[in-house]
Design a protein around this ligand. Structure first.
Ligand code: TRP
Length: 484
């Protein structure tokens, strides 16, 4: 999620503006998401698609998905089609490390990505754009690098699986394949095009104008040879992000066929509403507009009680008669994100909108919900060691097959010859450049893939595929049962 909200801006835009660095509703009001979807040309996620995600993964959809926080997509259906055919994909998301203190809104994409990783059992790459923040903010490059590592702790604290997850800082990981893709993308895009897509002007510095390929490139798996091998089409890519990041990936999707890659698919979220109300921005410089993941229970209580915009009526009498307004009440909106229990949530909605529950009471519900979330995050973050960050950021070759499905210790099954035969820096057992993972799997089974996979790897892969197949059949049967 971006830190656009960090900027203290006093403009009164007449038209809605949404770029990765600037989010402003029409005349300073709320964001018109329908217009955004129309202007950007993405699609909304409907009930049917949510149900399909549930069917395919065999899990109830995450509250962020079933309650409309992640509400738009590009070609998510293609990812699901491919997944059902047994093709693999990976997740790509990121963060611009511009501040040490994350607020709750910053955690949303990561919590959702964690759910996607668990539900689909897929690998994930996380880009820390220390270069981007250096170019856009008044921060030294060294400070951005330090913040990247600090933010990595918060990200790791969300519970990602180190075996399946690679976190990288742009400045550190500007190694050959990543840079190669950046150059290929850069050559396809003109100055006029980035001016149109991102709103760059003659005043933008040339680092900014040249930055978009850096965020585009990780959409292609060959940026990560130590995880996915050297093929550009070994895997599809799905990007969970806030919708303000869409311009980067619109550009990427345009370029993809020209450099021989798949267009990345997207699953996009709304902006997280600020404590003081939907049209306000959460600002790092205004401590009253956000709840930080580092806040104490007491701070949370004070902030919610004092600043959470209330949809309640001015007097208790009016409130009992007219009820609370769910459309504007921030406690209600935030509960929708953070309270898992559907029934408890429905009850609160009913009680509050009918006037039986008072504003102070719904705030108490929110405080009750947020305290353990922040506390849990703080505990998890405190357990993140330097060694763990290094493990997540390591470019040591990974075993391709172990990035998918139920984690077996595939690495343990490898013989020394296989490891010795693998090119340095390339994932072990990654597919060759065939353009089809399916073909690759067939090859592994028939053993035509001389030298690429050891017998034990092939066996393991075959077993994994059989287990996955059985699981899918079981889930399909279950889904069919539910449908009746
Ligand atoms: N530009 C994003 C930010 O400022 C960080 C980012 C990099 C990102 N790559 C991404 C976000 C991919 C979502 C998906 O926060």
């Amino acid at each position: 999620m971006t830190d656009v909200e960090d900027d203290a801006r006093e403009t009164t835009a007449t038209e809605q503006v949404v770029t990765p660095w600037d989010v402003e509703g029409k005349d300073g009001g709320g964001i018109d998401y329908d217009k955004l979807v129309r202007d950007f040309g993405c699609s909304t996620i409907d009930r049917e698609m949510i149900e399909r995600v549930e069917r395919v993964t065999g899990r109830k959809a995450h509250p962020f998905l079933r309650r409309g926080m992640f509400f738009a997509h590009r070609e998510l259906d293609l990812i699901l089609d491919a997944y059902e055919r047994g093709e693999k994909f990976y997740l790509y998301t990121g963060r611009g490390p511009s501040s040490e203190s994350l607020h709750l809104g910053h955690l949303i994409p990561f919590q959702f990505t964690k759910w996607l990783q668990d539900a689909f059992k897929v690998p994930l790459v996380i880009q820390l754009t220390d270069d981007e923040k250096f170019l856009w903010k008044d921060l030294s490059l060294e400070e951005c690098g330090r913040l990247a590592r600090e933010n990595a702790k918060d990200i790791i604290a969300c519970g990602f699986d180190p075996k399946r997850t690679f976190i990288f800082s742009d400045v550190q990981y500007m190694s050959t394949p990543f840079y190669k893709n950046m150059m290929k993308i850069a050559k396809c895009v003109t100055l006029n095009q980035v001016k149109g897509i991102f709103g760059f002007t003659g005043e933008s510095n040339i680092g900014q104008v040249g930055f978009p390929p850096t965020q585009a490139a990780p959409s292609f798996p060959d940026c990560f040879p130590h995880m996915f091998g050297e093929s550009k089409t070994s895997l599809r890519c799905l990007i969970p992000c806030a919708i303000d990041q869409d311009p980067y990936f619109r550009m990427t999707r345009d370029v993809a066929p020209r450099i021989g890659g798949y267009k990345p698919a997207l699953i996009e979220s709304r902006f997280f509403p600020a404590l003081k109300g939907e049209s306000g921005k959460m600002s790092a410089s205004d401590a009253t507009s956000a709840i930080y993941v580092t806040d104490t229970p007491k701070e949370i209580k004070t902030k919610v009680n004092k600043y959470a915009f209330s949809g309640g009526q001015l007097t208790v009498e009016d409130h009992r008669r007219l009820g609370g307004n769910l459309d504007t009440d921030i406690s209600w909106k935030w509960l929708n994100f953070f309270l898992d229990d559907d029934q408890a949530l429905a009850e609160i909605g009913e009680e509050y909108s009918s006037g039986r529950m008072l504003s102070g009471e719904i705030k108490a519900k929110l405080i009750e919900t947020l305290v353990p979330i922040c506390q849990g995050h703080q505990d998890a973050r405190a357990k993140v060691t330097d060694a763990m960050i290094d493990e997540f950021m390591s470019t040591k070759p990974r075993v391709f097959a172990s990035l998918f499905g139920d984690m077996g210790d595939v690495a343990g099954a490898l013989d020394e010859a296989t490891i010795a035969n693998t090119k340095p820096g390339i994932a072990i057992g990654a597919p060759e450049d065939t353009g089809s993972v399916k073909k690759e799997q067939d090859k592994a089974q028939t053993g035509e893939d001389g030298g690429q996979m050891s017998k034990s790897q092939q066996k393991k892969l075959l077993k994994e595929q059989q287990i996955a197949e059985k699981k899918r059949a079981k889930e399909a049967a279950k889904a069919a049962g539910q449908a009746q």
